[in-house]
Every structure is written in C-alpha cells, then in structure tokens.
Design a protein around this ligand. Structure first.
Ligand code: HEM
Length: 141
C-alpha cells in the first residue's frame, strides 16, 4: 500500500488538478489515443477530435473518478467496486490498456504541473494508478 508520504504526494497534486478535471482528463485521453491508436477501438461512438465535447466529458469522468479515489486511499477496493464491475463485465477493456492510460495521465500532469510533479510525486502517482488499474481489472476472471 501507499506510505503516508506517498498518500500526501498523491493528494497534494490532486489539489492542484481538481479544478480543471475536464481539460486535464481530455488531454490525457487525447495523448492516449494519439500515442496508442489501438485504444480508440473502445470509443468508436465518440467524437475523438481535438478538444471535442466527448473528450472533455469523458476525460472529466475518468479524472473525476481518480480524484474521488484519492479520498479513499485506505479503502480503494470498495471505493472503486462499481467501476471495477463496469470495466470487467460490461466494457471488457483489455487490461494492458490501463498502463497506457496511466502513462498518459502522468505525462499530462508533468506538462501542467512542472514543478509540483517531481520525481517523488510521479513515483507516488505511478504506484497509486497501478493500484487503481489492478482493482479495475481484478474481476476479469
Ligand atoms: C467508462 C474510469 C480505464 C474505457 C468509464 C467511466 C469512468 C471510467 C468513471 C464512466 C462510468 C459511468 O459512466 O458510469 C476509468 C478509470 C480508468 C479507466 C479511473 C483507469 C485509471 C479505461 C481504459 C479504457 C476505458 C484503459 C480503454 C482503453 C472505457 C469505456 C467507457 C468507460 C469504453 C464507456 C464510455 C461510454 O460509452 O460512455 N471509465 N476508466 N477505461 N471506460 Fe474507463
């Protein structure tokens, strides 16, 4: 699990990002789709053009869920239980894609929060996002 210092690093960066979830979320998705085009196959019903309403809304949902998870760091599994059901039973997203999204989120943070998202903060976020991903893919079989 995350150490107290890692929890603090996750939460303090979130405090910076939380005011801008749609834009940051949309950018993370855009980076995901540009760098790893195979991930677009799950979103054929979306308009994925730069700055689209769909990207903003979905980016806001994804990042919002991550922000909510930062408030439940001692209880991530139950906090993410519904989303875990959705991704495993309904969406059946290939688990490998979670690493790609986690990467895109980190690059987006680095470009927005150059000073705050230092190596320590990134390591904490990488660990946190890998827990989130593990939970969202835990019910696949
Ligand atoms: C839907 C979060 C990873 C594909 C959602 C929703 C949230 C969410 C909050 C909306 C649920 C609702 O409307 O009730 C997350 C988080 C992720 C993650 C926190 C990892 C950190 C992924 C990945 C993919 C993916 C890697 C595929 C590349 C989808 C799809 C939907 C969805 C296709 C449904 C979109 C729609 O039709 O509205 N996700 N997600 N998710 N997610 Fe994820």
């Amino acid at each position: 699990m995350l150490s107290d210092a890692e929890k603090a690093a996750v939460q303090s960066l979130w405090a910076k990002a939380s005011g801008n979830v749609n834009a940051i979320g949309a950018e993370a998705l855009e980076r995901l789709f540009e760098s790893f085009p195979q991930t677009k196959t799950y979103f054929s019903h979306f308009d994925l053009s730069h700055g689209s309403h769909d990207l903003q809304v979905h980016g806001g949902k994804v990042l919002g869920a991550i922000g909510e998870a930062t408030k439940h760091l001692d209880n991530l599994e139950s906090a993410l239980s519904k989303l875990s059901d959705l991704h495993a039973y309904n969406l059946r997203v290939d688990p490998g894609n979670f690493k790609l999204l986690s990467h895109a989120i980190q690059v987006t943070f680095a470009s927005h929060f150059r000073t705050e998202f230092d190596a320590t903060a990134q390591a904490a976020w990488d660990k946190f996002l890998s827990y989130v991903s593990a939970i969202l893919t835990s019910k696949y079989r």
